[in-house]
Design a binder for this molecule. Structure first.
Ligand code: AMP
Length: 189
């Protein structure tokens, strides 16, 4: 048996997206990436996208009010009924509290928060490489450094938040995709 209401938490470049896709395959539940949803909104030039773009390009977190709305709508979709992998949400204590408030209405609760631990030097190197491969507009060095600071100041406190809920599991994020994936599977069992 594996947990199916999950959060993947970790700094930018820790491998959340890669590991989320493996879990989608293994568990048959959807990945919910607020980053992907916001990028789609920017590309489609929706009101949400127009509000989010400046923050994203600068490497800043998009305001909770905007992101919580996006996540709430997505979690209410039918395919999330059997489980979900939250990738990049929540990213602030305010978002985590909003999530805790919306889940009872959806008839579920969080089962595990996987914290991917990777050193900052490794992260910066990975992100600069990803910038060359994917051409993400927020993968330049200034934005990367801002995203690290945002993570440290606003997102890292969630580790203690989920420790307090008794669902945090720290996983070493260094190693091959398979090695890290095996550690995550063990943490979910
Ligand atoms: P990601 O693809 O998860 O790295 O997200 C890319 C960017 O989207 C972040 O740097 C933020 O600007 C924005 N973003 C994604 N998810 C969130 C969130 N939960 N809260 C605030 N901003 C977010």
């Amino acid at each position: 048996m594996s947990a199916t209401r999950l959060i993947l938490l970790g700094p930018p470049g820790a491998g959340k997206g890669t590991q989320a896709l493996r879990l989608v395959e293994a568990l048959g539940i959807p990945q919910i990436s607020t980053g992907d949803m916001l990028r789609s909104a920017v590309a489609a030039d929706t009101p949400v996208g127009r509000e989010a773009k400046g923050y994203m390009d600068a490497g800043k977190l998009v305001p909770d009010r905007v992101v919580v709305g996006v996540a709430q709508e997505r979690l209410a979709e039918p395919d999330a009924r059997t489980g979900f992998i939250l990738d990049g949400f929540p990213r602030t204590v305010g978002q985590a509290e909003a999530l805790d408030e919306m889940l009872p209405a959806l008839g579920c609760r969080l089962e595990r928060c996987i914290v991917l631990a990777v050193s900052e030097a490794v992260l910066i190197e990975r992100l600069l490489k990803r910038a060359q491969i994917e051409g993400r507009t927020d993968d330049n060095e200034a934005s990367i450094r801002t995203r690290m600071v945002e993570y440290r100041e606003k997102t890292a406190p969630l580790i203690d938040y989920y420790r307090g809920e008794g669902i945090a599991a720290e996983v070493d994020g260094l190693g091959s995709v398979e090695e890290v994936g095996d550690r995550i599977a063990a943490a979910l069992a």
